[in-house]
Design a protein around this ligand. Sequence first.
Ligand code: GLA
Length: 334
Amino acid sequence: MTIGRQVRAFAPGRVNLIGDHTDYTGGLALPIALEMGITIEGTRTGKRVTLATDIDEDGCDLPLTLDDPSTVTPSWARYVAAIIDDLRPDKGLRGTITSTLAAGAGLSSSAALSLASALALGFVGDKLDLARVAQRAEHRAVGVPCGLLDQIASVFGQRDHALLIDCTSLTVQPVAIADGADIVILHPGAPRQLATSQYAQRRAACEAAQEIVGPLRDATLGDLDAIADVTVRARARHVINENQRVTVVADAIAHGDWETAGDAMWESHESLRRDFAVSTDALDALVNNLRETPGVYGARLTGAGFGGSVVALTEPGAVPFVTPIRAADGARLL
Ligand code: GLA
């Protein structure tokens, strides 16, 4: 018999309705926490974190003191390792990880894993601190210099609401989603490309733009003339336009103005494709297909790009055989 405190922690994945590649320059985003996510349950005991899992045949078995979380195997356990290294718990955990979230679908399974690990390993602090711990884990585990979008979405999730995140003030405003439309997630089936270095390049381009025009959050399209490098200019143009579109969509979904919201989503995809260059042929084909589908108000790639999923806003039932998602509550101890 194992003696120890029982814990059960859940963290959801997220889908971003609009506002991609805006978070790391203090911009706006409008994600939704999903019902699907990652659950870690077990007993706080001993001096190791030993977790069996349904995401992999091998579980993980990690000590409480680690030299370098980024070298741990299996590779998904690097997120757990980075959380251990950050929180330095004095008790281990023996239990299981179960997931209802497809890995590699661009729905933030890694943020969900980090957050569920932190809660299960006894994280103490406020919601923003929790998001930050998971963000640090992402940086340390795999070296992706991500913003806080995924972690905030998973932590602050609220049933039937999208979350208007301001990444400058780090405030979250829940936006009640009006009735009358479906939100669906579609996956083109193509594997996600290795995106770490490309993501870092995009972030660096935005930072280069900010060196010239100041915070992109406050910049206007007119400021772009000062940027000589055409690639950097295009990246900045995406961010400036995308921040605008987030405000438009937040207002539109609150009022059930689906055409307006949908138009901004088509534009966002086009901007991510052309100006930000993070789409793929498979994502473009899927979005083009949805353009031809009656009853689809708008669709776009969601998340970092380089693969992942498409989110669409549709008339009820317009995309057959796909269950619409419902905005759900955030990460928590169960
Ligand atoms: C990934 C990152 C987020 C955000 C999105 C793009 O999901 O983890 O911080 O930058 O890409 O919006």
